[in-house]
Design a protein around this ligand. Structure first.
Ligand code: ADP
Ligand code: MG
Length: 259
């Protein structure tokens, strides 16, 4: 069984996709077999992996509607070293089309079971909402990784997300845990960020990953080349931080302090 993690935060622009793509590439570099599931109709994880969302014959949308299997719809990231189940605008319609269907919140789970033996990690890039799409992700995941910027309002949004994870745990998926909070786009020179970071550690303890991802322009440039930052400029501070994060995830999984 692979470790299945949702990268989630209901806020947009907080670094979910950057975390998904670079964690996948970092894990691939240390020999892990990885599948990214892009659950965001914006398709940023798909494009950022070098897979053109506009020309895809089949996407996660077709998988959720049970027209094709993951094995038929997945693509290989040309430079990332992992597989991608892509998304595009079609997925926006799934939100409504899934509502009358049976097992509407467990369709991704069923589809993943067929390819489970082929992967060590499945990383699900969630949309910026707590919607039926995110619910499909949370229902099949073992854990949630929450990228966050150390700003005042970040803490406020966290309460809603933690409550959602608790509800899904109680009602739909006993395996689901909040695995960790990843501090991203971090600038240690900003006093408020230090303060919020300290508050996070005081409140969430071990749930805060040791690795901190700095604000780094190379990470922001990489998606326009369709290459994960980790591969685009391996010597950059951002790439090095994501490689360290991938190692921390592998260590935590091995020590069972995670999952
Ligand atoms: P989300 O998926 O949560 O909407 P993204 O990963 O797309 O967030 O990130 C939002 C924007 O911030 C993107 O333009 C991305 O390139 C940029 N970004 C993300 N992480 C970093 C970072 N560590 N340093 C600099 N820019 C970043
Ligand atoms: Mg995104």
């Amino acid at each position: 069984m692979p470790h299945i993690f949702c990268i989630a935060n209901q806020k947009g622009g907080v670094g979910k996709t950057t975390t998904t793509v670079n964690l996948a590439a970092g894990l691939a570099q240390v020999g892990q077999r990885v599948l990214i599931v892009d659950l965001d109709p914006q398709g940023n994880a798909t494009m950022g992996s070098g897979v053109d969302k506009r020309t895809l014959a089949n996407t996660v949308y077709d998988v959720l509607l049970e027209d094709v299997t993951i094995a038929e719809a997945r693509q290989r990231s040309p430079k990332g070293g992992y597989d991608v189940l892509g998304a595009n605008r079609d997925l926006a319609g799934a939100e409504i089309e899934l509502v009358p269907l049976e097992r509407r919140d467990r369709r991704l789970k069923t589809a993943l079971e067929a390819v489970a033996a082929e992967y060590d990690f499945v990383l699900i890039d969630c949309p910026p909402s707590l919607s039926l799409l995110t619910l499909n992700g949370l229902t099949c995941a073992h854990g949630v990784i929450v990228p966050m910027q150390c700003e005042y309002f970040a803490l406020e949004g966290l309460t809603d997300l933690v409550n959602t994870v608790k509800q899904v745990h109680a009602n739909l998926n006993r395996d689901l845990q909040l695995i960790g909070l990843l501090r991203v786009m971090y600038d240690p020179r900003i006093t408020l960020q230090q303060q919020v970071s300290d508050q996070l550690k005081a409140h969430f303890g071990d749930k805060v990953f040791n690795t901190v991802i700095p604000r780094n322009v190379r990470l922001a440039e990489a998606p326009s080349y369709g290459v994960p930052g980790v591969v685009f400029d391996p010597s950059s501070k951002g790439a090095q931080a994501f490689v360290a994060f991938a190692q921390e995830v592998v260590e935590r999984v091995a020590n069972k302090s995670l999952v």
